[in-house]
Design a protein around this ligand. Sequence first.
Ligand code: PMP
Length: 301
Amino acid sequence: MGDQWIFLNDDFVKKEDAKISVYDHGFLYGDGVFEGIRVYSGNIFRMKEHMDRLYQSAKSIMLTIPYTQEELTELVVETVSKNGLSDAYIRLVVSRGTGDLGLDPYNCKRANTVIIVEPLSIFPKHLYETGIDIVTVATRRNRPDVLSPKVKSLNYLNNVLVKIEAHLANVSEALMLNDQGYVAEGSADNVFILKNGKLLTPPGYIGALEGITRNAIIDIANELGYEVREEPFTRHDVYTADEVFLTGTAAEVIAVVKVDGRTIGEGVPGEETKKLLKAFRKKVVEEGVKVENIPQGLHVS
Ligand code: PMP
């Protein structure tokens, strides 16, 4: 790989030169929004959905993104193209901008915009074959009426605390419950269970990010004729499910084979999970916004 180019406020700069002020309110207060997007075989998957979510998150926290959605979409495509990667992860961050030490966002004159494109795999490849063990943690999901989990903000402490608990339990991911004890989501992924032939995932009001991979899996499952329901469920339902899996842009679709010491199904990735993963991998290379000037069709998984 040659130089890695990062888009930073109207310019492309080399990775080592991509620096912003310590007075940036994203750094000082977690004040900002972000997206994680993937390029598969030179196609940016569900680009519009990601950009819509970014702009909606920004609207919700009254952050003005200094580009129109069309302009920023074009800049994302350009950053991918400039880095020449046909399979990569895109991190798009818009912070409130550089202000002073005070909390007041009105002292930040212009948002800082960063686009990073690089290869990413959050779980080692073999875990997609074996499935993962997870636990449920004591950290509860933010209440939607306090800080809505639908806003993909830079305030990820809730999720970071989940990751710490996962580490302490020696597992790679964990489930959060909402304040009422219903299963909400993982630290950076949505959860599905398959029970008695029905595919269930928590509805938005439970308090979870409305995952774009989650929505893609719902589409795929509908296309394949599964009965899919957005319905609240508890840990008991997870323990007694036939199959469990997590979805996310970084995680993709990964089977869960043990939860809090309870083996799920036969303790190996379930047949339906494998079927959905296969269909997902097909969809991601077929769909999406094509990026010119990068090799197409190289995706192997
Ligand atoms: N929940 C949280 C808290 C996340 O950070 C993510 C990753 N963006 C997800 C779910 C999965 O969402 P998506 O499929 O859009 O990546």
